[in-house]
Design a binder for this molecule. Structure first.
Ligand code: NAD
Ligand code: 6OD
Length: 500
């Protein structure tokens, strides 16, 4: 089946806009209430999506259930794996369309989207297509009370219809990170992408259909959270599990809505990540590595450090180095020459981040650099840009050091001993990621093992092996995904006990 009208442009009262329809049973549906999708680099609407109502959500659940009971449910593992590789091929074949769609929704610099977001979209499918082929089965033989024997083994079954709710910061990457293992395990999915970034998920519908994915295996519903498609998906009795990436507060709302049906939940939530820089670190590498960590994607990466603890003897040198990196960043339109700082996702999010910039000063921060809005010309003047910002002088209990900001900013705080650094880093309600910068790998190992987080990098950041467990401790999440951990969430074992 060839479906080629996803991103078709239509004249509307606001101009020529891409139309992002709900995708159910391998077809784009008419219906739903239109809402604008804005390019954050210019502040201009570039598309309109259609908010799914209850009838559309019900249709998506029905289509997904039918897929589970039909061809998809009885497909061989080899055929399923081949389809997932074809989906990866499809993303790669339409790389430029995915790139343009992701950039239009997020405003992120071209280099970042082309090196990270889109390649990871394809890689997620390949990795889980292969992972599912290598899952062991546990088996136990046992003595029975009558002196005989029995053998136990387990088979993995898919959960059924899985709801995938994804955020706006790395839209294709984070959505496929959940869709790929869910499909590898034989589930059907209904994806609710962020209302801010619906384009690449909608485009993926075409790729799925063109790859030969049976109708109803991959469905997309658009809309918002409370009282909209998100909540309808979570509370729908036909949806058997929810996998969610987003804010911690949203996670608690989803938990409440999922509770009546006791749905399994996998949550990747917010963070307030710490980095620790020891005096024995390669200082140039630490400065360069942390500049990338703090400012990549304009700080809108859940793993980004917003608290940097630096050993006192190298504090001033580190602060000067990071400040130079911040001042060298060039904000602007994604395709601009040498642009390496995109906008924040929305006017609303910029207000939130600027509110924290003001709060930092009220809490007594010394503003090392930034703190405001850059002066940009042309189309970018309408975009949601902020200056990269660094603070020193904040007390550890300041709200700036405790609450997730999700912007291109960090507080830099001195420490005097390894023990103190560990205790400061762990003193957080969150526990997603940490990074340690040291020339002493024994120390890296020792301190890493004490970090109360899901992932701790030593002398690096956001270096990903997709076979490893990924997730958050404390209020940063529930469960782990990646490799066998994803397979464990998206499938359920049944123990077969055979009396011999
Ligand atoms: P968000 O929680 O506002 O929205 C995420 C998704 O949830 C969106 O699709 C939204 O429409 C939906 N949603 C909102 N309320 C809902 C409800 N009541 N029921 C069902 N769905 C609902 O998050 P965001 O602003 O899109 O993303 C930024 C946040 O995500 C940050 O806190 C960041 O740390 C976190 N994040 C975490 C990870 C991780 O791996 N731990 C990765 C990326 C982002
Ligand atoms: O790399 C990944 O698999 C992943 N889930 C990254 C999350 C980034 C948060 O913004």
């Amino acid at each position: 089946m060839q479906v080629h009208d996803t991103l078709k442009r239509e004249e509307t009262h606001t101009g020529t806009l891409r139309q992002l329809r709900n995708f159910v049973g391998n077809a784009y549906l008419e219906g739903g209430k239109p809402f604008p999708v804005v390019d954050p680099a210019t502040g201009q609407q570039h598309a309109q999506a259609f908010e799914a109502d209850q009838a559309i959500v019900d249709a998506a659940v029905k289509a997904a259930e039918n897929a589970m009971h039909g061809e998809w449910g009885s497909m061989t593992l080899a055929a399923r794996r081949a389809l997932l590789h074809k989906v990866a091929d499809g993303i790669e074949a339409r790389f430029d369309e995915f790139l343009a769609a992701e950039i239009a929704d997020t405003g992120k610099p071209h280099a970042m989207a082309s090196h990270l977001d889109i390649p990871r979209g394809a890689a997620n499918f390949r990795v889980f297509a292969d992972a599912i082929a290598n899952v062991p089965t546990e088996a136990f033989d046992m003595d029975t009370p009558d002196g005989g024997k029995a053998v136990n083994y387990s088979v993995r079954r898919p959960l059924g219809v899985v709801g995938v709710i994804s955020p706006w910061n790395l839209p294709l990457l984070l959505m496929t990170w959940k869709v790929a293992p869910a499909l590898a395990c034989g589930n059907a999915v209904i994806v609710k992408p962020s209302e801010e970034t619906p384009s690449t998920t909608t485009l993926l519908g075409e790729v799925m259909a063109d790859a030969g994915m049976p109708a109803g295996v991959f469905n997309v519903i658009h809309g918002f959270g409370p009282g909209s498609a998100g909540e309808m998906l979570v509370s729908h009795p036909g949806v058997r599990a929810i996998t969610f990436t987003g804010e911690t507060q949203t996670g608690t709302a989803i938990m409440r809505a999922a509770a009546p049906h006791v749905k399994p939940l996998s949550f990747e939530l917010g963070g307030k990540n710490a980095a620790i820089v020891f005096a024995d670190a390669d200082m140039d590498a630490a400065v360069a590595g942390l500049a990338r960590a703090v400012f990549l994607n304009t700080g809108q990466v859940c793993l980004a450090p917003e608290r940097i603890y630096v050993e006192r003897s190298v504090f001033d040198r580190f602060v000067e180095g990071l400040k130079d990196k911040a001042l060298a960043l060039r904000p602007g339109l994604p395709t601009g020459n040498g642009i390496d700082l995109g906008p924040l996702i929305s006017a609303e999010h910029r207000e939130k981040v600027l509110g924290y910039y003001r709060l930092a000063e009220e809490e007594g921060a010394n503003v090392v650099c930034g703190g405001g809005v850059p002066d940009l010309e042309g189309e970018a003047a309408g975009g949601f840009f902020v200056e990269p910002t660094l603070w020193t002088g904040l007390p550890h209990d300041a709200r700036i050091c405790r609450e997730e900001i999700f912007g291109p900013c960090a507080a830099i705080i001195p420490f005097d001993s390894e023990e103190e650094a560990v205790s400061l880093a762990n003193d957080s309600a969150y526990g997603l990621a940490a990074s340690i910068w040291t020339g002493n790998l024994s120390r890296g190992h020792r301190v890493g093992a004490k970090m109360e987080v899901g992932i701790c990098w030593v002398n690096s950041w956001f270096l990903r092996d997709l076979r490893t467990p990924f997730g958050g401790a404390k209020m940063s999440g529930i469960g782990r995904e990646g490799g066998i951990h994803s397979i464990n969430f998206y499938s359920e074992p049944t123990n077969i006990c055979i009396k011999l």
